[in-house]
Design a protein around this ligand. Structure first.
Ligand code: HSE
Length: 364
C-alpha cells in the first residue's frame, strides 16, 4: 500500500466513509486525483497592453493523480509541441501550489487535454499555470485567501509576469489587472460584458513566440501615444459596461504594441482587421501577443446554429477573414466562440467533494 493510501486509511477517510465526515474536513483533505478545466483567454484587447484580458469558452483539461513516478501525457492541439518534463507550466503551477501549502511535491502523473491552440495568443501558458495551481492545491488539500488578498492571482502572476491572461483564466469574464503598489500585490477587477457578443478568431497555423514578440514592443513611448491609449482603454471599458458596442472600434485602437507587431512580424494583422470591419464586425484586434486576430461581432442570442444569419455578422466576418488569409497565403482556420463568465474549475476529484448529503454542481 502506498504511503498516501496508508495515511488516508489511518485517518479513516476512505471514500466509503465520506458521508460521515464533517463537511469542512471533506473540503480540505488531500486528494488522490483531480481534474480541472481552465479557459482560453484573449489579452490586451487592443489598447490594454498587459492589463486587460477576457476568458473564452474554449477549455483545456488537466488530470493530476498520485503515482509511483513522474509522467506527463498530452493529447489534442499542439500535443507534439508541449514539453513533457518539469519545465511544463502545469508542473510549475503544481510546484507553486505545494510550496504555498508548505508541503513537498509527491510523484504525480499528469494528463493534459489541449483544446487551446498553443502559442497563438490565446493564453495557453496561463491556462497551464492556473490548471497546475488549482490541481496542486486540491491534491495538497490547501486553500488560499481570495477576498482582499487574491493569493491565487499572486501565485499565477509571479509565474506569468503579467496578470492579463491569468486573471480571466482564474475568474472568467473580462478582468482588469494591475500591480497595486499601495497594497503591494497584484489586483484584478471584473468588467461587465454586454450580452450577445460572438468572438470570431482567425488562428494561423504558425506559432508566435511571446518572449520574442515582447522585444518588438517599445519600452518608452511618447506622451501623445500614452494619452492615445489611456483614452482608448477607458473608452473600451465604458463601451463594455454600458453596452455601447458602437464604441468598441475606437476603444480597441492601440499605439503601444499592435502597430509594431503588425509592421515587424504579423503582416496579416491590419489586412485582417480591415476586412473584419468591412464585413460588419464591431471590433477587431491582435489577441495577446498573436498571431490570432480576434473580431468581436454582435447579435448572438440563444443557440448558435438555430438563429438566422440576418441577425448576426459572425459568418460574414469569418468568410472575410478566410478570404484575406488565403489571398496572403496564410494557413489557418477560423474559430467562433463566446466569452465565458467563469474561470478555472475543478470538475472531478477522488475522493469527491460531494457526499451523500451535499452535491456540488459540476462535479461529475
Ligand atoms: N500582454 C501580453 C503581450 C500577452 O502582449 O505580450 C501575452 O502574454
Amino acid at each position: 500500500m502506498r504511503a498516501w493510501d496508508e495515511r488516508q486509511k489511518q485517518q479513516g477517510e476512505g471514500t466509503a466513509r465520506r458521508s460521515r465526515l464533517g463537511s469542512d474536513k471533506l473540503l480540505i483533505m488531500e486528494r488522490r486525483s483531480v481534474t480541472v478545466q481552465v479557459p482560453a483567454t484573449s489579452a490586451n484587447l487592443g489598447s490594454g497592453y498587459d492589463c486587460i484580458g477576457m476568458a473564452l469558452d474554449m477549455w483545456n483539461e488537466l488530470t493530476v493523480e498520485r503515482a509511483d513516478k513522474f509522467e506527463i501525457t498530452v493529447e489534442g492541439e499542439g500535443a507534439d509541441q508541449i514539453p513533457l518534463d518539469d519545465s511544463n507550466l502545469v508542473v510549475v503551477g503544481v510546484k507553486a501550489a505545494f510550496e504555498a501549502a508548505g508541503k513537498s511535491v509527491p510523484p504525480l502523473k499528469y494528463h493534459l487535454k489541449q483544446r487551446i491552440p498553443f502559442g497563438r495568443g490565446l493564453g495557453s501558458s496561463s491556462a497551464a499555470i492556473v490548471a497546475g495551481l488549482l490541481a496542486g492545491l486540491i491534491i495538497a488539500g490547501h486553500k488560499l485567501d481570495v477576498q482582499g488578498k487574491e493569493q491565487l492571482v499572486q501565485l499565477a502572476t509571479e509565474i506569468e509576469g503579467h496578470p492579463d491572461n491569468v486573471a480571466p483564466a482564474i475568474y472568467g469574464g473580462v478582468q482588469v489587472g494591475l500591480y497595486d503598489s499601495l497594497e503591494k500585490r497584484w489586483a484584478t477587477e471584473r468588467v461587465s460584458l454586454p450580452h450577445g457578443l460572438v468572438f470570431v478568431m482567425f488562428i494561423p497555423s504558425f506559432v508566435g513566440k511571446t518572449s520574442e514578440l515582447r522585444k518588438v514592443v517599445p519600452t518608452e513611448v511618447s506622451l501623445q501615444d500614452a494619452v492615445f491609449n489611456m483614452g482608448r482603454l477607458a473608452w473600451l471599458v465604458l463601451a463594455l459596461t454600458s453596452g455601447k458596442v458602437q464604441n468598441l472600434r475606437v476603444g480597441l485602437e492601440d499605439r503601444l504594441h499592435q502597430p509594431q507587431r503588425g509592421e515587424k512580424v504579423y503582416h496579416h494583422l491590419y489586412p485582417l482587421i480591415d476586412a473584419c470591419y468591412e464585413a460588419g464586425a464591431a471590433g477587431a484586434y491582435l489577441s495577446g501577443a498573436g498571431p490570432v486576430v480576434m473580431a468581436i461581432t454582435t447579435g448572438g442570442s440563444g443557440d448558435f446554429f438555430t438563429q438566422s444569419f440576418t441577425q448576426r455578422t459572425d459568418q460574414k466576418v469569418a468568410a472575410a477573414m478566410n478570404a484575406v488569409a488565403q489571398r496572403m497565403g496564410i494557413e489557418g482556420k477560423v474559430y467562433i466562440t463566446h466569452p465565458t463568465n467563469v474561470g478555472g474549475v475543478v470538475v472531478r476529484a477522488d475522493p469527491p467533494f460531494s457526499s451523500d448529503l451535499v452535491v456540488y454542481n459540476g462535479e461529475t
